[in-house]
Design a protein around this ligand. Sequence first.
Ligand code: ADP
Ligand code: ASP
Ligand code: MG
Length: 438
Amino acid sequence: MIVMKFGGTSLAEAEDIRKVTALVRARLPEHPVVVVSAHAGVTNELDRLARAALERATGIVGIRERHLRILRELDLPADLVEDLLRELESLLTGLSLVRELTPRSLDYVHSFGELLSSRIVAARFRHEGIAARAIPSWDLGLVTDGNFGGAHPQAESWPRIRRSLERVKELPVITGYIAKDRDGNITTLGRSGSDYTASIVGAAVGAGEIQIWTDVSGVMTADPRIVPGARSLPRLSFAEMSELAYYGARVIHPSTMIPAVEKKIPIRVLNTHAPEHPGTVVLDDGPGEGPAVRSIAQRRGLTLISVVSTRMLLQHGFMARLFDVFARHEVVVDMISTSEISVSITTDSKKDLTPVVRELSAFADVEIEAGKAIVCVVGEGIRTSPDTAADILDTLRRAAVVTRMISMGATGINVSLLVAEEAVETAVRALHRAFFGS
Ligand code: ADP
Ligand code: ASP
Ligand code: MG
């Protein structure tokens, strides 16, 4: 059994869905389970409509026309998704009446993207003679906590999904990204979460491989939108991919690695528009052959919090007290560095940090700076190549990029640097040139 996950860019238009049908057909002997995202751009549009509903009543003309056009071009009946479109319309009307958008209702609105696309894809498969069935992930038993906008799957999901899929005779076309909590409320796994659904399903059924079909030929040496000359990597280790995903390589949602690592299932990243390309296989193994540095990722939108205290730092319990504040306010901390009298911490939290600053100010001087980014250089070989960190700093110095923080994780396979957001592209390009040429 394999999992084949198709991202929004692989399902953007009717012609893409035809390609996907051919790809799946060719792999029927491997017993695929298909996981789909919404058609490209639909989740963003739903998000926009939900927020606009707070100001005025909104129609769903764009969403309706987009889906009806895809249906028409795929020779599918126009009323295939009418019930979903009507429900979405009523929901938006309701939101515009109460003028209130909670995280829970936002997830409900977002869920229509995958409900619509899974139905369309399954119907097209059937149209081409493949017995397929659209299945909302909750019908398989995917249950999360109630953390709307970034829900966590609960342990009972795995055996339930396995048992449910054993009973499905057709080819399952499962909704990515969305789930339900134990009370039956619709949740989402966080933006780009369909990758995560794919690995949850893969781990549940013990798949031989989890395939992530996207619009690039595998994981590359850098984000090709920043470095047009970035090259595709034939293989990466689980540890390398986890670091890259966590530090912003959008090609895989960061949580995707967790179930795959646990069950040691290889992930293969493939290109729907160039399926003959071998893409990248992510495996549970060590460094292998090749250069120390494998890839460079970046993550924007970070805030730097500097905590300075001459009184407390050398006393035991200071760090515990400091991090307790972050823990209680549920603010996730990314990068940490300390000096004799200061601790620097970064977070990508979009929460209001005022209460955190207020509490910290009771025992230290606190400064906050938004608009930061992390650039992360990843490779198993970094551990045994002592020059890499020096080369990174030297490269950034020559590119006139100011580095505010630097950290090397305990596994020794990444070097992360905090820079100003405006400098992030210069930094990535300079590092790419230094480690990969051109
Ligand atoms: P999908 O619709 O398939 O989920 P995404 O847009 O979420 O596609 O992810 C694919 C995109 O990830 C690529 O188009 C590319 O711009 C971006 N990306 C960022 N970093 C990398 C990287 N290191 N390798 C490949 N793609 C990357
Ligand atoms: N459709 C969702 C999003 O745009 C999930 C995904 O694409 O993986 O975030
Ligand atoms: Mg994605």
